[in-house]
Design a protein around this ligand. Structure first.
Ligand SMILES: *Cc1c(COP(=O)(O)O)cnc(C)c1O
Length: 364
């Protein structure tokens, strides 16, 4: 069994996808055109935000949002170290230095206390990552705290499309939000894509300048720090076609995850709690002290698993000794215990039951 089955997804939405692709083929317009403008509007409206800027991918979205917030060399940007290096890569690309926050053991995300420490340290921007499809439980108080201290808050929403807390969409709490539409995401294209979403018109306008050479008009480059990070028409048209399907797909993800959590009963395996609208089950991640042995057992029974993510950012080889002094107790413990099990909308109840049976049969 695969961790995720993109063939099943492509088959399920084939007619929607084909119609979108045909429309773009017929239009003869392939990059930053009417389909991008339409998706920007549709997705902003879906989030309850005013503006959206379509970009080449989610990591670019973080980098260009940071640059649009004025981040550059000499600045520090707060981020967690357990979210796959994406934000850290974007921070480095902006010329700034990452300031690593530890995470909460349960939500595996930043806490108000960690954000407070980062702001005391003097970070220019705080980036928080909603991990595995769960809205950060303290996001509203983190947003209030950042606003009170005049420090912009950027939400990394690459794993949280469509989640809502108290009726508010993930991505609408901070000053801006970054989304990725990589094919495996909850809202996924058939290639790369991303957006920055915000209520701040100036910020959205700056991102749109940064995504296309800093042009203020054609061939007139005026804005420093810019490059090419455009969204193409095919991906935008496909995303517009799939957006109306997102809530139903998320509901099914939540259902599969709940079935797994109700069914898995093993003394060494900690499952995520069943969630409501604040949880869109992007990845189903359990904790297990003997993670490698469990992985082997799953593999022997034909079930794929993965570790998201096996190396904490501050321990990545590229840094050498640069962050050797940084200790993130919870992050470093979780890295050795987390394991992602199959969970995706096209998965059947029978497949979920098979995962449950194999985990529960794992002998201690
Ligand atoms: C996927 C992902 C990104 C990056 O998106 P890309 O489109 O692959 O660049 C950023 N942050 C998180 C948490 C992600 O899961």
């Amino acid at each position: 069994m695969l961790l995720n089955d993109l063939t099943a997804k492509a088959n399920k939405y084939q007619s929607l996808i084909s119609a979108a692709m045909q429309r773009v083929l017929a239009s003869g317009w392939f990059v930053l055109g009417p389909e991008v403008a339409r998706f920007e509007q549709d997705f902003a409206a879906y989030l309850g935000l005013d503006h959206c800027a379509g970009l080449a991918n989610g990591t670019d979205a973080i980098e260009l949002a940071l640059k649009a917030m004025g981040v550059g060399p000499g600045d520090a940007v707060a981020t967690v170290a357990n979210a796959g290096m994406y934000t850290t890569t974007a921070v480095l690309a902006s010329g700034a230095e990452p300031y690593f926050m530890d995470v909460d053991q349960k939500s595996m995300a930043a806490t108000l206390e960690q954000v407070r420490l980062a702001v005391e340290h003097g970070v220019k921007v705080v980036v928080v990552t909603h991990l595995y499809g769960l809205i950060i439980p303290q996001i509203a108080s983190i947003a209030d705290f950042c606003a009170q201290h005049g420090v912009p808050l950027l939400e990394d929403c690459a794993q949280i499309h469509g989640a809502r807390l108290d009726g508010k969409a993930a991505g609408s709490f901070g000053d801006a939000a970054c989304f990725s539409f990589y094919p495996t995401k909850n809202l996924g294209a058939l290639g790369d894509g991303g957006v920055v979403a915000t209520n701040n018109a100036d910020l959205a306008a700056r991102v749109k300048l940064l995504r296309q050479y800093g042009w203020t008009s054609k061939y007139r480059a005026e804005v420093p720090g810019a490059r090419n990070s455009r969204l193409d028409e095919l991906q935008a048209a496909i995303l517009s076609a799939l957006l109306p399907e997102l809530d139903a797909a998320n509901a099914r993800r939540r259902e599969v995850a709940a079935r797994l959590s109700r069914g898995i009963a093993h003394p060494e395996v900690v499952t995520p709690p069943e969630g409501g609208p604040e949880y869109v089950a992007h990845l189903y991640v359990v904790r297990c002290p003997r993670r490698e042995a469990l992985r082997q057992h799953l593999r022997a029974n034909g079930i794929a698993s993965e570790v998201h993510y096996p190396i904490a950012d501050h321990r990545q080889p590229l840094f050498g000794e640069r962050f050797a002094h940084v200790r993130l107790a919870t992050t470093e413990r979780l890295v050795d215990e987390i394991l992602t099990l199959p969970c995706y909308p096209e998965m059947s109840d029978a497949q979920a039951d098979q995962v449950i049976a194999v985990v529960n049969n794992w002998s201690i």
